[in-house]
Design a protein around this ligand. Structure first.
Ligand code: SAH
Length: 239
């Protein structure tokens, strides 16, 4: 068996002997761009069934059939950590989504804050999440929610999930080391930071833990990676 170097996300069930149909874009990539022929092996994952080796059984111009052989990795979902972030400029928002997947976020929620001026294309962000998972060997793809106003999200929040709020106004050391394990969400603000009203509100919520990310003001994309690192090293799967 040739070594499988191509890794693809597919939106279909994966199991021993399971045929997987590939359509236009993936067939073009596999059979025209990468020139895979009959019998070649690829790796497939669908976010639920782990990673599977699959052989090319039919290679057409516009479609093809792959057939799963053996599971090459079990499903390894990330810890129960969500990333809430206010969208910033397009390339930096794309970066946040890509890094959130690599860093092991279980769900990505773009939030509209008072000083959020950027629009997003959720479908594009979802495609970025899939691409990031394909390239970082993840077997799980975090869902990307539609943009939601922060107020609305907080009004219906389940308080058993704590929010780690990256508060640019905080001086001093982070209190994360004393924080309890369990479901968490990280909250990162936009380039303009949080409004005074938002800060008052967040400060009053019992399930919110403010943290400092050090003495310098980070750009939002850097802050997202820094906060994910901090959480993963103290409460997550880097332990
Ligand atoms: N314009 C704001 C900075 C916004 S930085 C100001 O000058 O104050 C964007 C986001 O990154 C912030 O809302 C916060 O969530 C996070 N962030 C950046 N630096 C941080 C720090 N040192 N500590 C905690 N959070 C930080």
């Amino acid at each position: 068996m040739t070594e499988a170097r191509i890794r693809l996300y597919v939106d279909q069930p994966l199991a021993a002997g399971q045929p997987v149909a590939v359509g236009d874009a993936q067939a073009n990539y596999l059979f025209n761009v990468m020139r895979l022929s009959l019998g070649a092996t690829v790796k497939l994952f669908n976010g639920q069934d782990g990673e599977w080796l699959a052989g090319v059984e039919h290679a057409g111009k516009r479609q093809g059939i792959l057939r799963c052989t053996v599971q090459s990795a079990p499903l390894m979902p990330p810890p129960d950590l969500w990333l809430l972030f206010a969208p910033i400029k397009k390339a930096r928002t794309d970066f946040i989504v890509e890094k959130a997947v690599e860093m092991g976020a279980a769900r990505i929620l773009p939030v509209q804050t008072r000083f959020t001026n950027e629009r997003i294309r959720e479908d594009k962000l979802r495609a970025h999440a899939v691409e990031a998972a394909e390239q970082c060997e993840a077997t799980y793809v975090p869902p990307v929610d539609d943009l939601i106003p922060l107020d609305k999200l907080l009004a219906t929040w389940t308080p058993t999930r704590r929010i780690l709020w990256a508060d640019e106004g905080l001086q001093g050391r982070t209190a994360l080391l004393q924080a309890p394990p369990g479901p968490w969400a990280i909250l990162i603000g936009p380039e303009g930071g949080f409004s005074p009203e938002e800060r008052t509100k967040l400060r009053a919520l019992p399930f919110v833990t403010p943290i400092s990310l050090g003495p310098r003001i980070l750009r939002a994309d850097t802050a997202a990676v820094a906060a994910l690192t901090l959480w993963q090293t103290t409460l997550g799967d880097w332990l």
